[in-house]
Design a protein around this ligand. Structure first.
Ligand code: FE2
Ligand code: FE2
Length: 283
């Protein structure tokens, strides 16, 4: 009595359960929940890092990398924490955390997710700095905004491979295709996951609404959607959209103070970001 309807996966059969998705490393999750930048939180963050040898080594490597130009050798986590300050140290921890999270699955898709997230974070950080907004918040929000994509690629890899294969005309269409093929889109997945991980509301809102043209994200958060679009257009995309916007069109979405500071050539910006990604990857 076959019904003959088994050739496509019924999205309803896929029960999205954030508890089945491995969490980010504990150190990164705890660091994300430490929101304030008081002396106590810097010490707490420092102790968190010191409790994990892998994080200690990675933080020391980044503190000694060309990204952080200090004249002397940074030889302890405490020294790194004092030189970097709470906000910067926290964004380093989240970057190291996401990299460790993606290491288990080094597929081309995961690598694309990683490069896109870092590119978005770098652009958001720079534009926040130029607009006098919270650049460390912008960086952290940028690196986490597509955690829902990472989750879908991990949780339903076959469905997500079909999403990649199909591609999309616009980023908004992508959400509909994910919904159709995976039963949930990456923004809903990101919201669900970050809620389950008890992360601050500001990060949840960005993961949930960065493709929503109606969303009015406040302050530094508002830089994440254009930074995501710019990362895509510079070649750091997860899924290629067929009708991409031009460099100039995307730059117009940034605040005036930031817009004028970006290189005039998209190629130049792409090369700068690629170099920064390489430094972070080798740290
Ligand atoms: Fe996205
Ligand atoms: Fe994105």
């Amino acid at each position: 009595m076959a019904t003959g309807s088994s050739e496509t996966t019924d999205p309803m059969e896929l029960r999205w359960d954030p508890d089945n998705i491995p969490p980010l490393p504990a150190v990164a999750l705890k660091a994300l929940k430490l929101m304030s930048g008081t002396d106590t939180s810097l010490l707490e963050l420092c102790n968190l890092i010191r409790s994990d040898p892998a994080f200690s080594i990675a933080v020391l490597r980044i503190a000694n990398s060309p990204l952080v130009a200090f004249s002397k050798n940074v030889t302890s986590v405490l020294q790194a924490s004092m030189l970097l300050g709470f906000q910067r140290l926290r964004s380093v921890v989240i970057t190291v955390g996401l990299r460790a999270y993606l290491k288990g699955a080094s597929s081309p898709l995961m690598r694309a997710c990683w490069r896109h997230s870092v590119a978005c974070a770098i652009i958001a950080e720079r534009s926040a700095k130029w607009s006098f907004l919270d650049n460390d918040f912008a960086y952290t929000a940028g690196i986490l905004h597509d955690i829902g994509t990472v989750a879908l690629a991990t949780f339903v890899p076959e469905c997500y491979a079909r999403v990649v294969e199909r591609g999309a005309d616009q980023p908004q269409d992508l959400l509909q295709i994910e919904q159709e093929l995976c039963g949930i889109d990456h923004c809903q997945a990101g919201r669900s996951l970050m809620t389950a991980w008890n992360l601050p509301e500001a990060f949840i809102e960005i993961a949930a609404r960065h493709h929503d043209p109606e969303a009015h994200l406040p302050g530094a958060a508002s830089l994440v959607p254009p930074s995501c679009a710019l990362a895509d257009s510079l070649g750091f995309e997860v899924i290629r959209c067929r009708s991409g916007r031009s460099y100039a069109e995307i730059l117009a979405r940034f605040p005036e103070a930031a817009r004028s500071r970006f290189p005039t050539s998209a190629k130049e910006l792409a090369a700068e970001i690629a170099t920064e990604i390489k430094v972070i990857e080798s740290a």
